[in-house]
Design a binder for this molecule. Structure first.
Ligand SMILES: [Zn+2]
Length: 460
């Protein structure tokens, strides 16, 4: 999903921020590097050379599959479309010898999830993708459109049907190279990443279960639009609701011992204290997005619209504020919640305040394990002749499905998918030159994770 976040429901994830400026320059430089890649391929072992050859020989098939998938509408609420995309991918995983299943999503009001498992003696690797897009059936943006030799526009082309195809063809290359037999790979492609089902715990149970015992989790989101970067940390994103009450009275009685300050002043006190005490902490943000206050207020369940009635000569009796809270680590989240609750407990005269936190995306902290996995990916990229890969600043990375497993696995990385720009907009554009590049990098990373168990970066 996108960094420059459109208006979203609290649980709507944010895969990616697409930074269009400068991106194409980066892509072009890697594209040229790709042309010189055969020279550097001799630096990699024979299995990895086989992987590279397979990716090249299947690139037109991969692109054809991407076109086919993009042309199927799979907006999150179009359950039939999500299922159609899943069925096509499922047949592909079946052909690679995976045991596949469809997990129905009725319990969380979404289409469901595709799960594919290849049992093998190697360490378990979790691959994360999603089948849905933000473009529903009513969107005018429905089809793959080739813009020139190297770019194409389409709904979900980078977010993230491109990544789904990259993961699939990386596994196909591993099969072709004779490496897949020894690998234990579990693929989970969620059907509701862009607008997660509810309850959220049910909607993400399959993914979290799949992560148990995994050595590493690899997310194939499109990343920050720059193939020289990957994501090792995403801020978590949860929502909160503050409700304050006061004693209503004629306004002439406000500030008296009997009637106190009123609900609106209490809400203002809390928000002001949040800002003064917490707003300078790095990577911590909290945004009161909507406020209603007065003598009769309502806020709808999506916390996107409400009503307020009151009079200037009446002390307010209720105020409701809805906001979000983004944090880098579980520790930062817990500390922020403690501080916010402590602020809420100090009331102005004759008022009450109550703060409730809702479920949301947990933080993916920049752990040593995640950095080690990035180092392996960086090494694979360099060995393949594609140059270094560095971490994206987490302030530019929104929440995504990988966040749900970040605390379940010793190593996680995201943004291994197809590069481009402007995801979540009708200008969503892929750099097709990155399709084989990203596929090769991912396949070599998976191979090295299996061979080396992820214990240390490999020197071929
Ligand atoms: Zn996405």
């Amino acid at each position: 999903m996108s960094y420059i976040l459109p208006m979203h429901m609290p649980f709507v994830s944010r895969c990616v921020v697409a930074l269009a400026v400068g991106t194409l320059v980066a892509l072009q430089s890697i594209g040229h590097t790709a042309a010189a890649q055969s020279a550097s391929a001799s630096a990699v072992p024979s299995t990895e050379r086989s992987i590279v050859r397979s990716v090249d020989s299947h690139n037109s098939d991969a692109l054809a599959l991407l076109v086919r998938l993009v042309d199927i509408n799979s907006g999150t609420t179009n359950h039939a479309g999500v299922r159609h995309v899943a069925d096509i991918l499922r047949a592909q995983f079946d052909s690679l010898g995976f045991a596949t299943k469809w997990v129905d999503g009725a319990a969380f009001h979404r289409a469901g999830h595709l799960v594919a498992e290849h049992p093998g003696p190697g360490p378990k690797i979790l691959i994360i993708g999603h089948l849905d897009t933000v473009f529903d059936l009513s969107s005018p943006f429905q089809k793959f459109e080739r813009l020139d030799d190297s770019t194409a526009r389409g709904p979900g082309v980078i977010d993230m049907k491109g990544g789904d195809v990259i993961a699939l063809y990386a596994l196909r290359a591993l099969e072709d190279a004779g490496a897949l037999d020894s690998m234990h790979v579990v693929v989970v492609y969620d059907g509701d990443e862009e607008d997660a089902g509810a309850p959220l715990s049910a909607a993400r149970q399959t993914l979290i279960d799949a992560a148990r015992g995994a050595r590493a989790a690899l997310g194939f989101e499109d990343g920050a639009g720059d193939p020289r970067t990957a994501v090792v940390s995403r801020r978590g994103d949860i929502s909160w609701t503050l409700t304050t009450t006061g004693r209503t009275a004629h306004s002439s009685q406000i500030f008296t011992k009997e009637y106190g300050a009123g609900a609106v002043y209490e809400a203002a006190r809390v928000l002001d204290a949040f800002y003064k005490q917490l707003s300078t902490q790095r990577y911590l943000t909290f945004n009161p997005g909507v406020v209603v206050g007065g003598t009769a207020v309502s806020l709808d369940s999506t916390q996107t619209s409400g009503t307020a009635a009151g009079k200037t000569n009446v002390v307010s009796d209720t105020a409701v504020v809805a906001g979000d809270l983004r944090t880098l680590s579980p520790a930062q989240l817990a500390a922020a919640q403690r501080s916010m609750l402590a602020i809420v407990r100090q009331h102005l005269p004759m008022t009450t305040a109550h703060l409730v936190f809702a479920d949301g995306y947990p933080p993916m902290a920049p752990t040593a394990g995640n950095k080690k996995l990035l180092a392996m990916y960086d090494r694979a990229s360099r060995d393949l002749g594609f140059g270094p890969v560095v971490a994206v600043d987490p302030s530019r990375a929104g929440a995504a499905d990988v966040s749900f497993v970040a605390n379940e696995v010793p190593m996680a990385i995201d943004a291994l998918g197809l590069s481009g720009h402007d995801d979540h907009s009708p200008q969503e554009t892929a750099d097709l030159r990155m399709l084989p590049v990203q596929t090769k990098r991912a396949a070599v990373l998976m191979y090295r994770l299996t061979v080396e168990g992820g214990t240390h970066p490999v020197t071929p």
